[in-house]
Design a binder for this molecule. Structure first.
Ligand code: URA
Length: 222
């Protein structure tokens, strides 16, 4: 199945309780299906639910500015959320909603887009994607993790930088890192191809794990 067919399939989805809790429409995702960087937030808010696109409110405007600060446009990257329907009163999505939605849509989106870097926006998305409880954004932001063969970089949610301007500094720095990591990833792929003649997700993951920061390795996450 391609991304467009998956998006088509998601329209009118009634697989989880969020379908009947006031959502206007499914917010599948937006951007370049061949993107090097894929951003994953928590779930659509009020404006996203009305508009049908992720990150179109205040946090989205900041996300657009941060992209521009590294020479990218929204159309260059792919932006989506862990859950595709707005939870009532913007509450956190529940475990069953997350399970259903990620298994139906998000994990397939990741496979189809196959980005070089997945940037998880904030604690919620980072916990889901890294499959870790109690992620401390202060500790992990900007660092490289390997999860199921993908390079994952947790960064602060833009809303956190709107809430507290102090968070804008690490967020801006982490955007620069994302760009650098995309470049590194290309080199690693080339290297893997040179030595094995066969690029697999696993040897890419191994290469990346060697380069991981000690703090992350000590945490024994992968
Ligand atoms: N916050 C999110 O996590 N996702 C959106 O799409 C908008 C705001």
């Amino acid at each position: 199945m391609d991304l467009l067919s998956l998006e088509e399939q998601s329209k009118g989805c009634e697989s989880c309780p969020l379908a009947k809790q006031g959502r206007t429409q499914v917010v599948f995702g937006d951007g370049n299906p061949d993107a090097d960087i894929m951003f994953i937030g928590e779930g659509p808010g009020f404006y996203e639910d009305k508009n049908g696109k992720p990150f179109v409110g205040a946090a989205g405007k900041l996300l657009t500015q941060l992209l521009e600060s590294i020479g990218l446009k929204r159309e260059d990257v792919y932006i989506t959320n862990v859950v595709k329907c707005r939870p009532p009163q913007n509450r956190d999505p529940k475990p069953d909603e997350i399970d259903i939605c990620t298994n139906r849509y998000l994990f397939s989106q990741i496979k189809l887009i196959n980005p070089k870097v997945i940037a998880t926006l904030g604690r919620f998305a980072s916990s889901v994607i890294l499959d870790m409880k109690d992620v401390s954004m202060g500790r992990v932001h900007g660092q490289k993790f390997i999860k199921d063969g993908s390079l994952v970089v947790p960064i602060y949610h833009p809303a956190a930088a709107l809430h507290s301007r102090a968070n804008l500094v690490p967020l801006t720095e982490d955007f620069k890192k994302l760009k650098a990591y995309v470049g590194e990833n290309v080199k690693l792929q080339e290297k893997a191809q040179d030595t094995t003649g066969d690029i697999t997700k696993d040897n890419l993951a191994q290469e990346q794990q060697i380069g991981m920061e000690p703090q992350v390795e000590q945490m024994g996450l992968f």
